[in-house]
Design a protein around this ligand. Structure first.
Ligand code: FMN
Length: 208
């Protein structure tokens, strides 16, 4: 059986986190579709709050801790990525952005990505398209057309989804799976001690 790896990154801060809940639902929909089509799926999910201090240290020193390096290797080596942020002050959260600041800016090239966001108000849903989508476009990832936005009103009292959210999740998952099925991504081994031609440490900015 052919295996596909799916990385799930959630930048929610609360516990439990609605951002993580949304990320899990998108992942479950993608896994179900991949399995229906005969793939074995390996899912690795990460809450960025668990490596928040490591991300800050990486920004300050240029080096990733072993714990953060594991996350970076899993994310950049996956066949597909689900990236979900809470909306803070009308955009992605600082933690979400900082994670994508510390990874090498070439390492998500050609990566199929679903973007998602949670928020208090549906009025900030365009943040998906003016903030998250350009971030991944800059990184040369392939962002699927449907982003998934879940405001407080999209969840029921039990935390389950209401109204059209499941349909939006399913649509985005289908678009992700269509790209992941044909994934040719080479696994990107990320060696902390390898310097590129410009002698920049891992994660440093490379003009592209
Ligand atoms: C500092 C801060 C800023 C926020 N700014 C916004 C905002 O601009 N628009 C909005 O709709 N919700 C905003 N929210 C609400 C969060 O987006 C929302 O509660 C989110 O779903 C929390 O995710 P979590 O449960 O995974 O922590 C903000 C919350 C915090 C803590």
């Amino acid at each position: 059986m052919t295996t596909r790896t799916l990385a799930v990154v959630s930048a929610g801060l609360s516990q439990p986190s609605s951002t993580r809940m949304l990320a899990d639902k998108i992942a479950a929909a993608a896994v179900a579709r991949l399995e229906e089509q005969g793939f074995e799926v390996a899912v690795e999910s990460f809450d960025l709050r668990d490596v928040a201090q490591d991300i800050t240290n990486n920004l300050l020193t240029g080096f990733a801790s072993a714990k953060l390096e594991k996350v970076i290797v899993a994310v950049t080596g996956a066949d597909g990525l689900i990236a979900v942020s809470p909306i803070f002050t009308a955009s992605y959260s600082g933690l979400f952005k900082s994670f994508f600041d510390v990874i090498d800016n070439r390492s998500l090239t050609d990566m199929p990505v679903v973007i998602g966001a949670t928020a208090g108000t549906p009025r900030h849903s365009l943040a998906l398209d003016f903030a998250l989508r350009p971030l991944f476009t800059y990184l040369h990832a392939v962002v699927v057309p449907s982003g998934v936005f879940a405001a407080t009103g999209d969840w029921g009292e039990t935390g389950d989804t209401v109204r059209s959210l499941p349909a939006r999740i399913d649509r985005a998952a289908g678009e992700l799976v269509a790209l992941m099925k044909d994934s040719q991504r080479p696994s990107r081994v990320h060696d902390l001690f390898v310097l590129d031609a410009s002698f920049s440490p891992t994660g440093a900015y490379t003009a592209s």
